[in-house]
Design a protein around this ligand. Structure first.
Ligand code: ADP
Ligand code: GLC
Length: 479
């Protein structure tokens, strides 16, 4: 039985800011069900500790002069044994895991996530005083990059895997931070953790891992080139044979319109009446006009440049004039929040903007909307378009990363073949976005065609089975 240590900075339902939490909250359980002896390692944030009923202390130790505890609990809704790194820099701070109320990163992030990395490495190399050691260390994103590098200092080490959920966050700090953290001096070179005179956490994973994975085949290709590689394309190109794109899966237990506890009305592809009822209920609760003669367009996500807000914002007036209604749920950059709110204030019966993190509303928007907008500039995988497909809410996406791998554009050919599941456009400009939207709305008006598209979309299977098997293959591969 493979012993796996899976390390991430967030996991649903304990702590979530984005898609990484969905993956860390579902993949380990799928692997466990396939016979893997898995431990999930997370930081014990205040919010996380407040949300769990029970935990027990499994170890107390000191790493690089810092005392910490490992607490054990079970990931709710799963059988995954979860280890929590208990240290005041996580436990004594309310709010977002990564940044303060001012939107700025917590000033000690390098120290906090280095501690997570040190602990993962200590468990992996048997230096944490536990009677359990992994055969495989699977790390995710920049917060855990140094864990891979440190693990590789030891001869007796597990196989290492590093998954890139996004290259946009590299965990960059200055040289003083590198020195203060007392890392081995030879890590300060271009072929190790240095990146243009800065200290890069993510390079720990990219340089040293036995295998690098990323969350879609197209993103795996994009990051080997400029601009997708964001300066790391040379390194990734050199490691191309060790880089694999494995599409994310979704949890059909959590995202299922036929049994979603957040919905009042349930539905499936055979009977979509509940979807129409959800739309009316959402319109009512958000103060939108209760009209069924215009499409409702949904947006759920972080309000940051990545998500294509520069394409959506200038087009909003034209979108509402179609006519269409728009609902936005998200938090992010202040400038985007303000611009969206200004349009909603001017059109209160046609547009609603909710600047919050709200799990329940995210599910209700997925169920209520007719079209889901996700014109991302780049998108390693994207989960919302997958949830949208399952909820019969046809996604309108840009042909990048995982969006290109999961949505089939409604071209005349694809419509004739019965393979279309949404709307895809290429060049990142508002005009292209609007013409894809015009196609979508025209098809929405043809209810018979729309039903066929919805049926195809809802029949897509993006559950974990296939992708989990690919991870299992890698866990068994030679170093
Ligand atoms: P990313 O990880 O880049 O943010 P994904 O599409 O992979 O994008 O995943 C985003 C996840 O976060 C989805 O599960 C989505 O529902 C959720 N999410 C994002 N913003 C919010 C919000 N404001 N309220 C509730 N859920 C949100
Ligand atoms: C990142 C990416 C997103 C991906 C998620 C989970 O946040 O931006 O595209 O779906 O990680 O892998």
């Amino acid at each position: 039985m493979t012993r796996l240590l899976f390390v991430a900075s967030e996991a649903y339902p304990l702590i979530k800011t984005g898609g990484l939490a969905d993956i860390a909250g579902s993949l380990p359980e799928v692997l466990r069900q396939q016979g893997v002896d898995v431990r999930l390692l997370l930081p014990a944030y205040r919010q996380l500790l407040d949300g769990i009923d029970q935990s027990r202390t499994v170890a107390e130790l000191e790493l690089a002069g810092i005392s910490l505890r490992i607490l054990a609990t079970v990931l709710p809704g799963t059988g995954v044994e979860t280890w929590l790194l208990d240290h005041p820099s996580f436990a004594e701070r309310l709010g977002n895991p990564y940044h303060g109320p001012d939107g700025q990163p917590w000033p000690d992030n390098a120290d906090r996530f280095m501690l997570l990395s040190r602990l993962a490495a200590a468990i992996s190399t048997g230096e944490a005083g536990l009677d359990w050691r992994p055969d495989v260390l699977h790390c995710n994103d920049w917060h855990t990059g140094p864990a891979v590098a440190l693990t590789h200092l030891q001869e007796q080490r597990p196989l290492t895997l590093f998954t890139v959920h996004s290259l946009a966050h590299m965990g960059l700090f200055d040289r003083g931070t590198f020195e203060r953290l007392q890392l081995p001096g030879h890590f300060w070179q271009d072929s190790a953790l240095e990146f243009y005179d800065q200290f890069s956490f993510i390079k720990g994973g990219l340089v040293y891992a036995d295998y690098i994975t990323t969350v879609s085949p197209t993103y795996a290709r994009e990051i080997c080139e400029s601009p997708g590689g964001m300066g790391l394309e040379g390194l990734l190109q050199a490691r191309r044979e060790r880089l694999v794109g494995i599409l994310n899966g979704i949890d059909h237990g959590v995202w299922n319109p036929a049994a979603d506890p957040y919905l009042e009305h349930h539905y499936d592809a055979a009977n979509l009446e509940g979807k129409a009822l959800e739309k009316t209920a959402l319109q009512r609760s958000l103060g939108l006009a209760e009209l069924d003669d215009r499409p409702l367009l949904g947006i759920v996500g972080r309000l940051v440049e990545q998500k294509g807000l520069e394409l959506i914002l200038p087009a909003l007036g034209d979108i509402l004039a179609k006519p269409a209604q728009v609902v936005v749920l998200g938090t992010g950059e202040r400038r985007y929040e303000e611009q969206l709110q200004a349009v909603a204030r001017a059109h209160p019966d046609a547009m609603a903007v909710i600047l919050a993190y709200d799990e329940s509303l995210a599910h209700r928007i997925e169920a209520s909307a007719d079209i889901f907008l996700m014109p991302s500039l780049f998108e390693p995988c994207g989960l919302n378009q997958l949830y949208s497909l399952r909820y019969g809410t046809l996604p309108l996406v840009r042909a990048v990363g995982g969006l290109a791998d999961t949505v089939v554009d409604a071209t005349p050919q694809a419509l004739a073949d019965g393979t279309a599941t949404g709307f895809v456009f290429g060049p990142p400009d508002s005009g292209e976005f609007m013409s894809a939207l015009a196609r979508a709305i025209a098809l929405w008006r043809d209810q018979a065609s729309w039903r066929r598209l919805q049926a195809t979309a809802m029949a897509q299977d993006f559950s974990w089975q296939r992708s989990a098997a690919r991870y299992l293959e890698l866990y068994d591969s030679p170093r």
